[in-house]
Design a protein around this ligand. Structure first.
Ligand SMILES: C[S@@+](CC[C@H](N)C(=O)[O-])C[C@H]1O[C@@H](n2cnc3c(N)ncnc32)[C@H](O)[C@@H]1O
Length: 205
């Protein structure tokens, strides 16, 4: 089942199980993302998640960071409803397409604190589009984040040398880092790499 076929809450449960069963690295990736945000040492960070799907990262973030202001974005409403129902806190949810022009303003308006301290995404941007699309999202996020802001993209990667055979959004880690640097982040890096995932970050300081 593709996320495009999701219509009901039962569909979301089936989709969630498929992610859990097929991608054993996910728990490690989620803990790592939470740890990176904890290291910002902001008591009540405003954290945006792009492409939340069934909300497993949302749940982990909200359990580990009790005073988080969580804002989740996806373009499939049943994912947003499923996640909102299971979170122990009142998150904000934005239904928007990352290939459109409205999402940066919708996220800005959703921030109760007026700041966005971190923007994270897991296993998703390769589904949104090709390298140009990912570059555009990196640049928009750089502008949305504050002076200390942190952007993290934990995505499925292509091994170096295999890029010619890969699907358009499946980039190598060096390619992600090149796009993050071009987007204007002050520092960039890859903080974790597993067999399936690369976790790349850009920071505004
Ligand atoms: C493979 S799922 C991953 C979901 C979640 N991040 C996780 O790891 O459990 C990809 C997600 O990206 C979302 N998505 C794909 N293209 C999108 C777009 N253009 N705009 C917003 N969301 C999108 C899908 O709806 C889906 O929730």
């Amino acid at each position: 089942m593709s996320f495009r076929d999701i219509q009901t809450q039962d569909d979301v449960e089936v989709y969630q199980k498929r992610l859990t069963d097929n991608y054993p690295d996910r728990p490690e990736i989620m803990s790592h993302i939470c740890h990176q945000i904890e290291q910002l040492q902001i008591e009540d960070p405003t954290v945006v998640e792009l492409c939340i799907g069934p909300g497993q990262l949302a749940e982990t973030l909200c359990n580990i960071i009790p005073r988080i202001n969580y804002i989740g974005l996806d373009f499939i409403q049943p994912f947003l409803d499923f996640t909102a129902a299971k979170l122990l806190i009142d998150g904000k949810f934005v239904c928007a397409n990352l290939t459109g022009a409205e999402w940066p303003n919708l996220l800005k308006n959703a921030s109760q604190t007026g700041r966005i301290d971190a923007i994270v995404s897991m296993q998703s941007l390769h589904d949104v589009g090709d390298a140009d699309q990912i570059a555009s999202i990196y640049a928009q996020c750089q502008k949305l984040l504050g002076k200390e802001g942190l952007f993290i993209n934990a995505d499925l990667i292509t091994q170096e040398g295999d890029e010619a055979n890969a699907r358009p959004g499946r980039l190598t880690v060096p390619h992600h880092l090149e796009l993050l640097q071009a987007a204007g982040y002050a520092s960039t890096g890859c903080s974790l790499r597993t067999a399936q995932f690369g976790v790349c970050f850009g920071r505004n300081r």
